[in-house]
Design a protein around this ligand. Structure first.
Ligand code: NAP
Length: 306
């Protein structure tokens, strides 16, 4: 079967680290164009202006938007208005309302809108969900502690309004939580630590209904931690490595210690959605972030510079 042409928009860290190799290895997709003010991919026709791309390339029916959340909406809106299917990096927008607008546009035009959550595609998330489905959950704790200097070197947008701060990685944990829990939970308390010179939090401690807690911190040097521990009536489940490894009562049970399966799985899902004429937009992880920013106690901490 012929591969479907896709354009990558916003050639930065995640486009080059994950999207380009995932598309290159996919039986479904051909990278037909890039749109980026500075970034390019060798051998692929490059546009610096999205309007020119839309006007000149009606042969490309799908765009994958890898820009940070704040600038992304204008591109997504223009793509849908030009009749293109759209795939959104996480988080799907800077606000919930703008994603609702995109959903309505896609629905009215019969186009696919896919709000991706790459961590949901981690190797052990589906087995964890299946294991938890018929168990009573007593307690959940998320530990998501990483070094922002290592993973977002010099990316000041993460500390600007709409950049979400530590929720940029933390929302990945919340995308797993909202996928694996048999029943929904809601935020009841949050403590947010804002560097004195920044607009978004560098650390957050969250409490949810259902005895669920989360510790997000962007100041962890040395070993990095992306764990979810769940106590149930029939044993302890742990997801390690951002959802890629599953342990039951301390014993490895499923998964693979690599994140490299996540983006290929997203592109396979996008291919299915386009073929089926469907959209997939689940905003539940982002609702928790919005609630934390609404309800959270704000504490000022030492200034942060890259
Ligand atoms: P990035 O490298 O800082 O930005 C991606 C590209 O977007 C930039 O190279 C830039 O390309 C373009 N861009 C940035 N600001 C723009 C603006 N105001 N207007 C137009 N274009 C702009 O960011 P990233 O780390 O790839 O993250 C992008 C998205 O992927 C975020 O939503 C992030 O949460 C998600 N993500 C990132 C990672 C990661 O490890 N970094 C992992 C998973 C998901 P040009 O300057 O060439 O136009």
């Amino acid at each position: 079967m012929a591969r479907t042409k896709v354009a990558l928009v916003g050639i930065g860290k995640i486009a080059l680290d994950q999207h380009v190799p995932a598309i290159a290895a996919s039986p479904d997709w051909e990278l037909a164009a890039t749109v980026s003010r500075k970034g390019t991919v060798a051998g692929v026709s490059a546009y610096t202006d999205f309007a020119s791309f839309l006007a000149e390339r009606p042969d490309v029916p799908v765009v994958s938007l890898c820009l940070p959340p704040v600038p992304r909406f204008d591109y997504a809106e223009a793509a849908l208005k030009a009749g293109r299917h759209a795939m959104l990096e996480k988080p799907p927008g800077a606000t919930l309302a703008e994603v609702h607008t995109l959903q309505a546009l896609a629905r009215d035009r019969g186009l696919t809108l896919y709000a991706t959550w790459h961590s949901r595609m981690a190797h052990a998330v589906a087995p964890a969900k299946a294991w938890l489905a018929d168990r009573a959950i007593r307690k959940v704790h998320i530990t998501w502690r990483e070094d922002v200097r290592k993973w977002h070197p010099g990316q000041d947008w993460v500390f600007e309004p709409g950049g979400m701060g530590v929720f940029d990685p933390g929302i990945n944990a919340l995308s797993i939580l909202t996928e694996i829990l048999p029943d929904p939970v809601h935020l009841t308390r949050a403590r947010l630590e804002f560097p004195a010179n920044r607009q978004t939090p560098i650390a957050a401690q969250l409490t949810f209904s259902g005895n669920v807690t989360a510790d997000f911190d962007w100041r962890q040097e040395g070993p990095q931690t992306w764990d979810i521990d769940v106590d149930t009536d029939a044993g302890r489940l742990a997801l390690r490595m951002g959802g890629n490894v599953l342990e039951i009562d301390g014993q490895p049970m499923a998964g693979e210690n690599t994140i490299m399966g996540e983006y290929p799985a997203l592109y396979a899902r996008m291919a299915q959605l386009v073929r089926a004429g469907e959209s997939e937009v689940d905003l539940s992880p982002m609702v928790h972030v919005a609630d934390a920013l609404t309800l959270g106690e704000r504490v000022t901490t030492v200034a942060f510079d890259f």
